[in-house]
Design a protein around this ligand. Structure first.
Ligand code: RB5
Length: 149
């Protein structure tokens, strides 16, 4: 199950990504928002991040105007490794190296075609399981353990 969420600046792209993933056979849970009325992106970042951190959803996708606010908010949730990507190389690498479990995109930054390619890289690329990457991710977890309640 893939969790998806957006703010008012990214409703169109969220719906396009949702349709794209569904056409590829993925199950998607949509955490909103559902209209173009102005909303606060951290509320939607939190819903998606919690669904991934609790393992209710396997991965999450967050979209706002830039993708930046969403990624900042999502990364405050313990267990979430949210990668803000505007290119396919980063989307692939963050799965292989960082085992990113949430992707953040900016509707005002990337075009629809590129956004869908980034999404495909994110959902299709497995974690490398390489010992050096596991060690580094463990060190991220140690930082969480030190600073998160
Ligand atoms: C909304 O105007 C905008 O600030 C938001 O979508 C996002 O880009 C924040 O990081």
């Amino acid at each position: 199950m893939i969790a998806i969420g957006c703010d008012h600046a990214a409703l169109k792209l969220k719906n396009t990504i949702k349709e794209h993933l569904a056409s590829r056979g993925f199950e998607v849970e949509d955490f909103g928002c559902f209209t173009e009325q102005s909303v606060d992106y951290p509320e939607y970042a939190l819903k998606v991040a919690e669904s991934v951190a609790s393992k209710k959803c396997d991965k999450g996708i967050l979209i706002c105007g830039t993708g930046i606010g969403m990624s900042m908010a999502a990364n405050k949730v313990k267990g979430v490794r949210c990668a803000h990507c505007s290119d396919t190389f980063s989307a692939k690498a963050t799965r292989q190296h960082n085992d990113a479990n949430v992707l953040a995109l900016g509707e005002r930054v990337v075009g629809v075609g590129l956004a869908l390619e980034i999404v495909d890289c994110f959902v299709d690329t497995p974690f490398s399981n390489d010992a050096r990457h596991i060690r580094r991710i463990d060190k991220i977890t140690q930082i969480e353990d030190k600073y998160f309640k």
